[in-house]
Write a protein that binds this ligand. Structure first.
Ligand code: SF4
Length: 169
């Protein structure tokens, strides 16, 4: 097994660019440019999961793997809300998380930017028919941007992120 990794890992790393298609390269370049211009080259995301099925988080994590490698364009995940440029919310909003999310929003620095990630926060995904769920978050954050999908796949996330950075910031 160890030998397998020895053989495969350097191969995968050295061929990162070969697997990137033109669309990914274009997104890389444009997202990096937007982040440089509007966030001094570093965009900090705070991601909160409020009753998601975890598939949206997995797709978000994918952006940081060696293929998509969004961190090299300046995107970072932070764990202190005060440092965040954008609050990203996944999942439906459970009774338990409702107040926590409003608290996070209060602490988010101005201008407050929120992305409702996936179909759940807008109640367009499964699972909403349960006593534990509050109403859709679009009622709370009317200016929030929605990246739709169940879950949205990486290229779609990147396209939407680029659109958001270009048109809304
Ligand atoms: S939008 Fe779909 S994939 Fe994302 S958390 Fe909801 S059910 Fe899961």
């Amino acid at each position: 097994m160890y030998k397998l990794f020895q053989d495969k890992v350097p191969f995968a790393q050295s061929n990162e660019n070969r697997f990137k298609d033109n669309e990914l390269r274009r997104l890389d370049r444009l997202i990096k440019k937007q982040i440089k211009e509007k966030f001094s080259s570093e965009l900090n995301l705070y991601i909160v999961d409020s009753a998601s099925c975890s598939a949206c988080e997995l797709e978000l994590q994918t952006l940081f793997n060696p293929l998509y490698n969004i961190s090299k364009n300046g995107v970072k995940v932070v764990y202190e809300i005060e440092k965040a440029d954008i609050l990203i919310i996944t999942g439906l909003v459970s009774e338990n998380m409702y107040k926590e999310i409003l608290d996070l929003y209060e602490q988010l620095k101005e201008p407050k930017r929120v992305i409702l990630f996936g179909d759940c926060p807008l109640f367009k995904a499964p699972f909403q028919d349960t006593f534990a769920i509050k109403r859709p978050l679009e009622f709370e954050f009317s200016s929030a941007y929605n990246i739709s999908g169940c879950p949205p796949e990486p290229k779609r996330i990147l396209n939407e992120l680029l659109h958001y950075l270009k048109e809304y910031i």
